[in-house]
Design a protein around this ligand. Structure first.
Ligand code: PLP
Length: 423
């Protein structure tokens, strides 16, 4: 910090206090949180699998179908114009939310899985050559492994894996060691969906960029918990799913730097992505349309825009502060449960906690919690390699969002204590 900006800093006493969320009021925005399961109030600790939807999103999707529903064929009639405008407004919101330079850098997809498949498929055609290296981390979801395996098989490229330590943190020196002149693609998760590790993606991107690699971030667990600025991160692509961001299922987005998109061939062919078609040849629309063949998921896209408005209304920084304190609180309680082993103790954690209980199968823990109205996920979390790294086949994974409370964390811990006593 230079002298000018130091002298411009406000004195500590006058700095704003950490923002507090009015969680009770927020909870009223989510109708599903009012329901009961097995006669008990629902405690939704499965937001990493899918987040619940606020009324504002539900209403916006209904309004689309009640007033604007049309396919996209701008210029032919009023409803088509309105539907197109609504979709493009949603694209603008996604661009601003990610800190993209332009809305044209946002390609709508079904979700993270489709976005990563899009990139891996296109890179197989246009970027990867035999002997090239694709660097992943040990903490990837299957969605950020299998598409690259397809790409490697097709092109003769090789997958290299950067390890994590026993806490679940990336071993940066080993990651750096893997990078070299053959590194063509680095594709890394922002936040691990099993360990909760927040990866140092800025630093990892900078290291990859020294070798000219194309950097892809799997932001499925990132966007719900951290403010994202793709320009600050310096990545080439950032991919996420709407349904984990309080938006409808069936929509997601791939941010890509325009220079990258412009050089890339399409991956699916059909309507909307072309300029001219003859039986001999086709010419393609500029990005993002080039990558959006067929009828887009318009209502979910519009719902995604509404979810982003809703989140901006609360404030991403306030959400992060609230969730960090809530996770610390929940962790303290969970650690105190006899016979429970936490998996991963990352330096920076977002959203999820994984554990196993001595002598009690994970599915059994989840089933007993469900009987208490507490929804958690148990299983492989579609991330078998990171579980294998810890010698496991599954874990129990409560995951938190800003609509969860300390009282809910207490109820989880009490229920786990009771389960522990059954042994
Ligand atoms: N990547 C991560 C880190 C995830 O947690 C998930 C889903 O849990 C995915 C990718 C795949 O997301 P989707 O199933 O929405 O495509």
């Amino acid at each position: 910090m230079n002298a000018v900006s130091q002298s411009a800093s406000p004195p500590i006493e006058s700095m704003p206090k950490p923002a507090m969320l009015d969680v009770e009021s927020i909870r009223r925005d989510f109708p599903i949180l009012q329901r009961k399961v097995h006669g008990k109030p629902l405690i939704w600790l499965d937001s990493a699998a899918t987040a619940q939807k606020p009324q504002a999103v539900i209403d916006r999707v209904s309004r689309f179908y009640e007033h604007e529903n049309s396919n996209v064929h701008r210029g032919t009639h009023t409803l088509a114009e309105e539907a197109c405008d609504a979709c493009e407004r949603a694209r603008t919101r996604v661009a601003a939310f990610l800190g993209a330079f332009s809305m044209l850098e946002i390609v709508f997809v079904r979700g993270t899985t489709e976005g990563l498949n899009l990139l891996a498929a296109i890179f197989s055609e246009s970027l990867l050559r035999p002997g090239d290296e694709i660097v992943l981390t040990a903490a990837e979801h299957h969605a950020n492994i299998v598409p690259w395996q397809f790409a490697a098989k097709k092109t003769g490229a090789v997958i290299r894996v950067a390890p994590v330590d026993d806490n679940g943190d990336i071993i940066l020196e080993e990651y750096e060691h893997l990078l070299g002149p053959r590194t063509r693609v680095v594709s890394i998760t922002h936040i691990s969906n099993v360990l909760g590790t927040v990866m140092p993606i800025r630093e990892m991107t900078a290291l990859a960029k020294r070798h000219g690699a194309t950097v892809v971030i799997d932001g499925a667990q990132g966007v719900p918990h951290r403010r994202v600025d793709v320009q600050e991160i310096g990545c080439d692509f950032y991919v996420f799913s709407g349904h984990k961001l309080f938006a409808p299922m069936g929509i997601g987005a791939v941010y890509g730097r325009m220079e990258m998109w412009e050089q890339m061939p399409p991956w699916q062919g059909g309507g909307n992505m072309v300029e001219q078609v003859t039986f001999e040849n086709s010419t393609f629309a500029p990005p993002p349309k080039r990558f959006e063949a067929g009828t887009p998921a318009l209502a979910p896209a519009v719902g995604l825009g509404a979810a982003i408005d809703y989140l901006n209304g609360i404030g991403l920084d306030a959400i992060e502060q609230y969730e960090t304190a809530l996770l610390d609180y929940a962790l303290e309680g969970i650690r105190s449960v006899n016979g429970l082993r936490l998996i991963g103790q990352p330096r920076d954690r977002g959203g999820v906690i994984s554990f196993v209980m001595d002598g009690i199968p994970d599915m059994e823990v989840a089933r007993v919690l469900d009987a208490e109205g507490i929804a958690v996920r148990a299983g492989t979390h579609c991330a078998q390699p990171i579980l294998a790294r810890f010698g496991l086949e599954s874990t129990v994974r409560p995951s938190f969002a800003f609509y969860n409370t300390r009282a809910e964390a207490d109820m989880l811990v009490d229920a786990l204590r009771r389960i522990g006593c059954r042994r």
